[in-house]
Design a protein around this ligand. Structure first.
Ligand code: HEC
Length: 169
């Protein structure tokens, strides 16, 4: 004799299994829809693997300009969190990884995704998405509707990072 509450064998059990599966699919569907909405931010980027192979806006990056963008407190300000070969930067942070030789480890495509939309890789990251304007509530009003960096500035930063091989400024 089955204990009270235990589903009887046969038809009854399969009905509740079906019900559970339908509920499960609904939950999965809801999750899938939610994450599709989140990643809509990256729709304008041509993602391949963990990189963006195409230069943004077909811009050609200039490493010297990129160095200035990275050092500029109003634009990149990257050294607040990263070790970088910028001898005059006020503070070299260690919140993020040391980038002094990042050009030897990541391709331009990988660098582009990390600078433009790092939260696509790590939604919890403290590093801002420099190329996205949506979904950013942690920034000054001036930045709310536009990305922190322009396509050109991102390409400049990527070009500069690509030159970094640990040999210094
Ligand atoms: C608020 C802190 C912060 C700022 C500002 C910041 N980053 Fe980051 N960055 C991080 C952290 C933390 C990581 C580690 C990965 C993660 O959290 O997703 C990271 C990872 C990276 C990576 C990947 C490194 C690796 O070893 O794979 C690159 C490249 C990068 N940042 C470049 C930049 C550039 C360029 C700037 C400026 C335009 C910048 N970051 C500004 C915090 C920051």
């Amino acid at each position: 004799m089955p204990a009270a509450g235990t589903p009887a064998p046969g038809r009854k059990r399969s009905v509740s299994e079906i019900r559970q599966r339908v509920l499960g699919s609904l939950v999965l569907l809801a999750l899938a829809t939610a994450s599709a909405d989140d990643s809509a931010d990256c729709a304008s980027f041509d993602l391949v693997g963990d990189g963006i192979p195409q230069p943004l806006g077909e811009r050609v990056g200039n490493p010297d300009a990129g160095r200035q963008v990275a050092a500029d407190r109003q634009r990149g300000d990257c050294s607040i969190c990263h070790q970088l070969p910028l001898p005059h930067a006020r503070f070299h942070g260690n919140v993020g990884p040391d980038l002094s030789a990042i050009g030897a480890r990541l391709t331009p495509a990988q660098l582009r995704l990390r600078v433009a939309a790092n939260r696509h890789l790590n939604p919890e990251s403290v590093m801002p998405d420099y190329g996205l304007s949506r979904g950013r509530h942690d920034v000054a009003t001036a930045f709310e509707d536009r990305p922190i960096l322009t396509d050109q500035e991102i390409e400049d930063v990527v070009a500069w990072l690509s030159t970094l091989d640990g040999s210094g400024p």
